[in-house]
Design a protein around this ligand. Structure first.
Ligand SMILES: [Cu+2]
Length: 496
């Protein structure tokens, strides 16, 4: 599987530069199409029943390049601060690897000897843990017990032979660092493809952050999250999973956060074929359409994409299907600013007076998003002011960029209905940003689609051959238009 890929790496490394991760992932895609065992309709000589597995695609996340050093596959990970654009215009400060949070995806084959050079470019110590790997303890990355933490500016070289298969991952073993982005997928392919073989294989990493409005740094102490991401993007910024009608699809879901996520697929039943411990025996495969991916777990699901359409794939926790969720979202859009100058205790949602269930504290206790905690009781769900509710009262001429910002459709007596507004200002036509998230994979979606996608939410687009080919063509064209940048990995070049 890796000979061509390894050859390419050697050529590039020999020429004295690394490809940018993005460019490499394009090459991988191309190669996965040429691999034996790949189902290419209409091409002669394709081997459909055996051969190497297809490479995984991690939408919006690059693959990690490697070079061969004798028989050893050598990877290089750099732990570093990352600027990550989770939706258009919302750039947040995370920590990740090689310019990406989550970090780039590593793919190996069972039996491989691998070396992973880990450099720490963070301002504090870190460690690298290989989650679920059966390797010697001194390679486990447990700080303090199996090794010294890697100091700022330091390096640790891991090397081991892998005799497992499945959806694994790597992550910092410093707990707070886990909550600011530091994880990546580590897929161990079998030597021979599983049966029934899949035509498409995807990885999605589930993460969550608590980031107050107008702040760019996640509060990793927080217990309630307002930004929920698939592969570092919130809906509608995710790149949809593109599959051809009739193909067998695997989606590998990985969760490292504070919540468990029930991931639901529309329009299809799937079977769970693997966990963080590897492949499950076929006798355990029962049908479902929602799989609970617990913290520190992975789940592989497989299905035959026989139902054409643009099908939602999302976490089904209602609060995980929203963006920038905050108690203040209603009042902020209709009133004159928000209270400022909260002290630390209240900012963190700590109880200062009265009981937990008192009228003042009850509704907001433990929500911990700070500004909303104190103001919610009197501010939320209050009557709308006259005029355009999406316009700042103090800056009526403020230009509205990007989103459409039209008036949401609400009934005339909306203000008299208890509970209003619920979704009128969270999703809908006025939140649409189709143009801002335009990309080949979104081509042909229903106009206005993006107004209803948020949080952990993307599409599995099951396309007939002609539409599938068209998107692949657009994708190729886009890749071709990109200038060949030869940046060093880890220079934060992901968002240029
Ligand atoms: Cu969730």
């Amino acid at each position: 599987m890796s000979s061509r890929r390894g050859f390419l790496q050697n050529v590039l490394a020999g020429a004295g530069f690394f490809t940018s991760a993005k460019i490499l992932s394009a090459q991988d895609m191309q190669m996965s199409g040429d691999m034996p065992g790949t189902n290419r309709k209409g091409k002669k000589g394709s081997i459909q029943d055996h051969g190497s597995p297809v490479l995984v695609e991690t939408p919006d996340v690059p693959n990690l390049p490697f070079r061969m050093d004798g028989d050893v596959k050598e990877f290089h990970l750099i732990a570093e601060p990352v600027k990550q654009e989770i939706v258009p215009g919302r750039i947040v400060d995370l920590w990740g690897y090689n310019g990406s949070a989550p970090g780039p995806t590593i793919q190996v084959t069972r039996g491989d000897r691998v070396r992973i050079i880990v450099d720490n470019h963070l301002p504090e110590a870190t460690s690298m843990h290989w989650h679920g790997f059966e390797i010697p303890v001194e390679m486990d990355g447990a700080p303090g017990s199996s090794q010294e933490p890697i100091p700022p500016g330091g390096r640790f070289v891991y090397e081991f032979t892998l005799s497992q298969e499945g959806t694994y991952f790597y992550h910092s073993h410093m707990a707070m660092q886990e909550m600011i982005g530091m994880i990546g997928a580590f897929v161990m392919h079998p030597k021979e493809t599983y049966k029934p073989r899949v035509d498409k294989d995807f990885v999605i990493i589930l993460q969550e952050y608590a980031i107050l409005p107008n702040i760019t740094v996640p509060n990793s102490m927080n217990m309630e999250f307002n930004w929920l991401t698939f592969n570092g993007k919130s809906g509608p910024a995710n790149t949809p999973l593109i599959v051809r009608q009739g193909e067998r699809v695997r989606i590998r879901l990985i969760n490292l956060g504070m919540d468990h996520h029930p991931i639901h697929l529309h329009g299809h039943q799937f079977v769970v074929t693997g966990t963080e411990g590897g492949r499950q025996p076929e006798s355990t495969w029962g049908p479902g359409n929602t799989v609970l991916v617990g913290v520190a777990q992975s789940r592989d699901v497989e299905f035959v994409a026989n139902n054409p359409g643009d099908w939602m794939l999302h976490c089904h926790l209602p609060h995980h299907m929203m963006n920038q969720m905050s108690s203040m979202v209603g009042p902020m859009s209709r009133r004159n600013g928000m209270p400022a100058g909260l002290d630390m205790e209240r900012g963190m949602g700590m109880l200062r007076q009265g009981s937990a269930t008192s009228q003042e504290n009850g509704p907001s206790l433990g929500r911990g998003l700070g500004v909303g905690s104190t103001a919610e009781q009197t501010m939320s769900n209050s009557p709308l002011k006259a005029g355009n509710p999406m316009q700042r009262q103090d800056m009526p001429d403020m230009p509205q960029q990007g989103m459409r910002m039209g008036k949401p459709e609400v009934s005339k007596d909306a203000n008299s209905v208890p509970g209003f507004p619920q979704d009128a200002f969270m999703e809908g036509p006025m939140m649409a940003m189709d143009k801002m998230v335009e990309k080949p994979e979104n081509f042909g979606l229903r106009p206005g689609w993006s107004g209803f996608m948020a949080g952990m939410m993307t599409f599995v687009r099951v396309l007939p051959q002609d539409k599938y080919d068209h998107i692949m063509e657009l994708r190729k064209k886009q890749e071709g238009n990109k200038p060949m940048k030869m940046d060093m990995p880890g220079m934060g070049n992901k968002h240029e």
